[in-house]
Design a protein around this ligand. Structure first.
Ligand code: SF4
Ligand code: SF4
Length: 364
């Protein structure tokens, strides 16, 4: 290892192989530096000041998320001064937060409260009255902004700019009145917003909240069970987590929201579109078809078993083949099926029915 490329983090030699930050290198050593405004999908912002660390020879502490590591740096991520800084900072945030924050944790877990627990901070500072305006009458069906929980970290705004490239929301106002607004405070429905819900996903305090579970008075996310699955709305195959309230539906459970896995852990990098994130009410919809249907002689669809339905379909396909030959049949598959199901569909077409008339909607 050449000494030219070495820095030290908490006394451990780190080889600098890229132009990444102190935070990135500290993470690779398993260090757990607290952050609020940081998200791996976004450019560093350094505004929340939670991740400050000491660098030998530097008069002030440096934001580890926004400071590139360089050879010869001697970095300390934990000591009495840093701990005092984190405690003071958390107290300041809490003084400008709802007075009973745990009761108001309606949606995602509040990372500020997590750090308050971790650093053993109970708020002894005078409480400030919330001066941030919100859009309580915004009729958009999915996103509610609790201005009192906002810490102005701008993760939502930066996600909207940098990942969605939509810029529907922005920081507005100054000082303690700084809030998240749309242009002229119009509804998200009238803005460029695509209702992707990414702003909810990245918000560290739950200030951006999902309306559907909020209005349904679903339990907060920490009381829900997460089940990883693949979105079936299109062929991209985004990974998502169904959040199940185990006590709903007389103990049978009910999906009450969808969240995305952490960035960097799945191919969709924690991003979802409006359908994947919000269009889950079909799961328990009364009109959902849950068993096979066959038309009776009057043309009315009647429920039947899978065995009867499969036999009926097989006989129908055979009749067409007998009358019109193999190429009288055509098979159309769907991008909503899995790759394995699509493979089986073409296998059935080509080998069982001896026709290449097989197509899939994603190919058009
Ligand atoms: S839902 Fe998506 S597009 Fe709309 S404001 Fe939030 S991040 Fe931007
Ligand atoms: S709404 Fe959430 S993500 Fe946006 S600035 Fe406020 S705390 Fe940060």
């Amino acid at each position: 290892m050449s000494n030219k490329n070495i820095a030290k983090i908490d006394g451990i030699d780190v080889e600098i192989t890229n132009d990444k930050t102190i935070l990135d290198h500290a993470k690779s050593l398993g260090k757990d530096i607290p952050t609020l405004c940081h998200d791996d999908r976004l450019d560093p912002n350094g505004c929340c000041r939670m991740c400050l660390v000491e660098v030998d020879g530097w008069p002030r502490m440096a934001p580890s998320c926004a400071t590139k590591i360089s050879p010869g740096m001697n970095i300390t991520t934990e000591n009495e001064r840093i701990d005092r800084h984190r405690k003071t900072l958390i107290s300041l945030y809490l003084s400008d937060h709802p007075e009973n924050p745990r009761e108001k944790e309606t949606g995602a877990p509040n990372q500020l409260l997590h750090f308050a627990d971790k650093y053993d901070v109970s708020n002894g500072w005078p409480h400030l009255e919330n001066k941030r305006f919100e859009r309580p009458d915004d009729p958009n069906p999915f996103i509610h902004f609790h201005a009192d929980k906002c810490i102005s970290c701008a993760r939502c705004v930066r996600y909207c700019d940098e990942v969605e490239a939509v810029s529907a929301i922005t920081l507005a106002g100054r000082g303690s009145s700084t809030t998240i607004a749309t242009a002229d405070n119009i509804s998200l429905l009238d803005s460029t917003c695509e209702l992707c819900g990414g702003c909810i996903d990245v918000c560290p305090t739950g200030a951006m909240d999902e309306k559907i579970p909020l209005l349904a008075k679903a339990p907060p996310e920490r009381e829900l069970e997460k089940v990883r699955t693949t979105c079936n709305y299109c062929g991209v195959g985004c990974q998502m987590d169904l959040n199940v309230d185990p006590n709903a539906n007389d103990g049978k459970g009910k999906v009450v929201k969808i969240t995305s896995p952490d960035p960097g852990t799945t191919t969709n990098d924690g991003n979802l579109c409006v359908k994947g994130r919000f269009a889950y009410d079909f799961i328990d919809h009364k009109d959902r078809i849950t068993s096979p249907l066959i038309r009776d002689k009057n043309g009315i669809l009647q429920e039947t078993s899978w065995e009867v339905a499969i036999e009926y379909a097989a006989q129908g396909l055979k009749k067409v083949r007998e009358k019109y030959g193999n190429d009288g049949l055509g098979f159309i598959s769907s991008s909503r099926c899995t790759g394995e199901e699509n493979y089986l569909m073409q296998k059935m077409s080509r080998t069982v029915f001896q026709t290449n008339n097989i197509h899939q909607c994603a190919a058009t």
